[in-house]
Design a binder for this molecule. Structure first.
Ligand code: URP
Ligand code: ZN
Ligand code: ZN
Length: 480
């Protein structure tokens, strides 16, 4: 068998465990994984002393999102370059219909943003913002290759909010079509009431950005998760809770899954490495995201949820704003553009704090960052694992070498970072996307616009077929 490239001598993280092996690439695909592959005529990429892991999928990203009175500052150029540097080879953004837009219009608009700019592969979750208008368009979107949809239980002022009728009806459609609904679960009416009660000049002067946490107690998330889980249980529609941030939410998901409710949970890496003490810092408003960072006890419960399998996916909810954009708050926490940069640091943070921090194994990290998201979002086996036949999407990372997070050296379009000054291992020395080197020696070298849209035919609980627990004995796998 001949290869165009051979990744030589790394510790390869496969679905069956970590093995010492070469990865043979033929064009855009992985052709073989095994020892001493014949590299005659192939470009050899030395991975000695490194892990070779499947390219990361960040399945919760907002690029160029008009939101909170401004537009998030990472576009498809800077955002996908940032992702590549962190070993991300696939992202999923959210196509949101604006005034009068159909679901097809929303998909077209977001496709245009990505085309000609994206360095890595991409697709979109389709947001349902006006249920009565959009409900009969869902089947057509599935036919067009979009199998995941999204509803928000908050954001009335953005025009995005869905009520229980819409959630219930959309989950019925998900059941009918075998598709999956992603939900931002926060309890809007009580949240609005708590915000209104605290929105006084005196309290804003006294508490500053800490009001963001004060007005969002944990029950704001857990009540909403409980409610939408009820609609999933009643309809049988597949549900995916995005950016879960609370211990209570994790418990609800755990018991729902034990009852057989088709619900999957995602958390974001910021909820695993930061807590709400940051709001008391001088620049505390910079950290405002939605939902907000929670308490150390929530952080601990989320890590446990990852380990036990309740939480299947770690993503970023990348929604970058610069210092100038964040300054729009002028002391009023309700005006802070909510979101953070994330794509570039997803894997370094998960690797450094999860794997090197002794919380998860490297196999578990790859499951939460690659295999599970690929399976749940209908992209497996094309994406998500180092297996013959899959796209040759790989990241090569050094096990211990660190880089300091310095905003002016990052690809992401932000002049600050929530992780500024942190020493992180796990940045990609090399990122390979469909057989092409796009990051070399920690620098982006890939061509803008080479990223492709990924059509899908499935979504949801197919990932349950892959055992969540680590398989001990690993054998090299060869293509036929
Ligand atoms: O703060 C965040 N997460 N901004 C993006 C919108 C959302 O709710 O995901
Ligand atoms: Zn959200
Ligand atoms: Zn989001």
């Amino acid at each position: 068998m001949s290869f165009t490239k051979v990744v030589r001598g790394g510790r390869v993280v496969t679905p069956d465990g970590v093995i010492n092996a070469d990865v043979g690439i033929d064009g855009e695909k992985i052709a073989a994984v095994g020892p001493n592959l014949d590299a005659k005529g192939a470009e050899v990429i030395d991975a000695t002393g490194h892990f070779v892991i499947p390219g990361v999928l960040d399945v919760h990203v907002h690029l160029e999102l008009p939101f909170c009175g401004t537009t998030s500052s990472d576009d498809y150029r800077s955002g996908t370059r940032a992702g590549a540097r962190g070993g991300v080879t696939t992202l999923i953004d959210f196509a949101i219909p604006y005034a009068g837009d159909s679901l097809n219009d929303a998909a077209d608009n977001w496709m245009k943003r990505a085309e000609g700019k994206a360095l890595i592969d991409y697709t979109f979750h389709i947001c349902i913002t006006r249920y009565d208008e959009h409900k009969d368009q869902i089947a057509g979107m599935v036919k067009r290759g979009f199998t995941t949809f999204k509803e928000f239980m908050i954001y009335e002022s953005e025009g995005w909010q869905s009520d229980d009728r819409a959630l219930y009806g959309t989950l019925e459609k998900m059941k009918e079509l075998g598709a999956m609904l992603l939900v931002h679960a926060e309890s809007s009416r009580v949240l609005d009431e708590l915000i209104a009660r605290h929105h006084t000049p005196e309290l804003m002067k006294q508490h500053g950005a800490t009001l963001h946490a004060i007005t969002r107690p944990n029950f704001i998330e857990s009540e909403a998760i409980q409610r939408v889980v009820t609609w999933s249980e009643a309809t049988g529609g597949q549900l995916y809770i995005v950016h879960m941030s609370t211990a209570e939410g994790t418990e609800i998901i755990k018991s729902a899954q034990a009852r057989g409710v088709p619900v999957i949970a995602e958390t974001c890496v910021q909820y695993l490495v930061l807590d709400d003490s940051v709001f008391a810092q001088e620049d505390g408003h910079l950290y405002a995201c939605c939902p907000q960072l929670k308490k150390p006890s929530d952080v601990a419960r989320l890590w446990k949820g990852i380990k036990e399998g309740t939480v299947s996916v770690i993503s970023t909810d990348t929604c970058t704003f610069t210092r100038e954009q964040k300054a729009m708050w002028e002391g009023d926490w309700t005006k802070i553009p909510m979101g953070m940069p994330g794509l570039e640091t997803l894997m370094p943070l998960t690797y450094t704090h999860g794997v090197l921090g002794g919380k998860i194994t490297i196999e578990e990290m790859c499951r939460k960052l690659s295999t599970n998201p690929a399976q749940i979002m209908g992209l497996y086996p094309r994406k998500g694992a180092i297996e013959p036949g899959a796209d040759a999407d790989l990241a090569i990372i050094h096990p211990t070498a660190t880089l300091k997070v310095e905003p002016d050296k990052m690809e992401t379009n932000a002049d600050w970072s929530p992780f500024e000054g942190w020493d992180l291992a796990g940045f990609a020395r090399t990122t390979i996307s469909r057989g092409e080197i796009i990051v070399d020696n920690y620098k982006v070298v890939g061509r803008e616009g080479r990223g492709k849209w990924l059509p899908r035919t499935t979504a949801g609980l197919a990932h349950k077929s892959r055992n969540e627990t680590q398989r001990a004995s690993a054998q090299p796998v060869m293509a036929q």
